[in-house]
Write a protein that binds this ligand. Structure first.
Ligand code: AMP
Ligand code: GLY
Length: 424
């Protein structure tokens, strides 16, 4: 079968790397891809926003499955267009992707189906939002309704900060994303990500992970797309995972199906493990990045079988098998990230890093002649396996140390919570 992957980050490199191992694969394409992906797939210059161009490519190349990596094309309805042209796709329709694309939609769904989440109110104008803030306890969480590339959540410690966040969103700083604003209760606990494969009303767990969103060691500094992750997350015990599936993911899948918007694809639940049990912080309608890199490193089953089963509505056939190991990824970013990353610096030492047994996924690399250079904020994901997180961490950093890239940096403490737990 011929497969087209949409996207060009570390997530898509990990998906392509794993798909390339499938005996059922004939030819793998990726659009737009990146230099790392180009080693396992043919990269094509297709604009994912041009849905009909994607359809034309799929028809010309006899693509049997399209795997959509990022959220934007999902929210924009690429899967809807593909389906109308009878092209198989892994990923939700635009209606189902509202679980990621609209925080107000998800909060309302949770409320009407008794799915545990932070208490909230939703506002369409600045005056009522400000009035509501006046007597709310602090800290409080302000969220833009729509997709805001990681900039749409403010945790306000003071009323002045909360008001400033509300003003900023209604002033249009985040564009359309801020036209509605959700104000919600601050939850305390440990955060964990649970991935589930969903095919209409059926959902099965597909691994857990914990990531590090802050740019600096000790979880300090500004938020990023994720500086590293590990899987599985030891904090999400079997019992807690079952409970989160039963109380959060499964009722969501059933609610979406009965509302006529069945979800197909991977549902990524960001959970807070509170004293009252797991509560939903947010959904994503796709794999996380860098979380996907550690999931793919651990997955033993054929990924193509799994994605096809979801796309065909045959999820009941699938029982994913995982390596009996932990995986950890350290993200290497260009200096300046998450502000303005400096592009163009040369990266060397990838072969030496991989000689340790680690896998180097490309997230934001480019070519300048025959030099490999930084072309984005998050640039590499150095992924290693070990018998536990402690060992995977040691192996990942051994590989990181062989990367010769003066223009880059990484955190030195990815996995610290799990390592602490393992050494206790
Ligand atoms: P997001 O950009 O939607 O991934 O949210 C960013 C981060 O904000 C989450 O990963 C949480 O750490 C934090 N967050 C979001 N909502 C809440 C909440 N209700 N209580 C506490 N922290 C939250
Ligand atoms: N690493 C967080 C995300 O993919 O949204």
């Amino acid at each position: 079968m011929n497969v087209l992957v949409i996207g060009g980050g570390g997530r898509e490199h990990a998906l392509c790397w794993k798909l390339a191992q499938s005996p059922r694969l004939r030819k793998l394409y990726c659009a737009p891809g990146n230099p790392g992906i180009a080693e396992v797939a043919e990269v094509v210059a297709l604009d994912a926003a041009d849905h009909l161009a994607v359809v034309a490519f799929c028809e010309a190349q006899a693509i049997g499955l399209v795997v959509v990596g990022p959220e934007q094309p999902l929210v924009d309805g690429l899967v809807d267009t593909l389906r109308r042209h009878r092209i198989h796709a892994f990923g939700p329709t635009a209606a189902a992707a509202q679980l990621e694309g609209s925080k107000a939609f998800t909060k309302e769904l949770c409320q009407s189906h008794g799915i545990p989440t932070a208490a909230y109110e939703c506002f369409d104008d600045v005056d009522s939002a400000r009035a509501y803030l006046a007597d709310q306890p602090l800290p409080i969480v302000i969220k833009a309704d729509g997709l805001a590339a990681g900039k749409g959540v403010v945790i306000a410690e003071t009323r002045a900060q909360a008001e400033a966040a509300v003003d900023m969103m209604f002033d249009g700083a985040l564009g359309e994303a801020g036209a509605s604003v959700v104000i919600e209760e601050f939850l305390t606990g440990e955060e964990v990500s649970l991935f589930a494969l969903v095919d209409g009303a059926t959902a099965i767990p597909f691994g857990s992970a914990q990531d590090h969103k802050r740019v600096g060691d000790g979880d300090t500094g500004p938020n990023t797309g994720g500086m590293g992750a590990y899987s599985p997350a030891p904090v999400l015990t079997r019992e807690l995972q079952d409970r989160a599936m039963r109380e959060i993911v499964e009722p969501t899948a059933r609610a979406m199906a009965s509302a006529g918007m069945p979800f197909h694809g991977v549902l990524y639940a960001g959970l807070m493990l509170t004293e009252d049990g797991p509560k939903l912080i947010e959904y994503n309608a796709r794999f996380g990045d860098p979380e996907c890199q550690v999931l793919m490193a651990r997955l033993d089953s054929d990924l193509l079988d799994i994605l096809l089963a979801v796309a065909d509505g045959q999820l009941w056939e699938i029982k994913p098998r995982w390596k009996d190991a932990s995986a950890l990824v350290v993200v290497m970013a260009a200096k300046g990230y998450p502000g303005t990353p400096k592009k163009g610096s040369e990266i060397r030492g990838i072969d030496a890093a991989e000689a340790t047994g680690a896998t180097v996924f490309h997230a934001g690399t480019g070519r300048d002649g025959d030099r490999l250079v930084a072309a984005g904020g998050r640039v590499l994901g150095i992924t290693a396996l070990g018998k536990n997180v402690t060992e995977a961490q040691a192996r990942a950093y051994e590989a990181v140390n062989r990367i010769d890239w003066p223009g880059g940096f990484c955190r030195r403490d990815i996995g610290w919570r799990a390592v602490e737990r393992e050494t206790r």
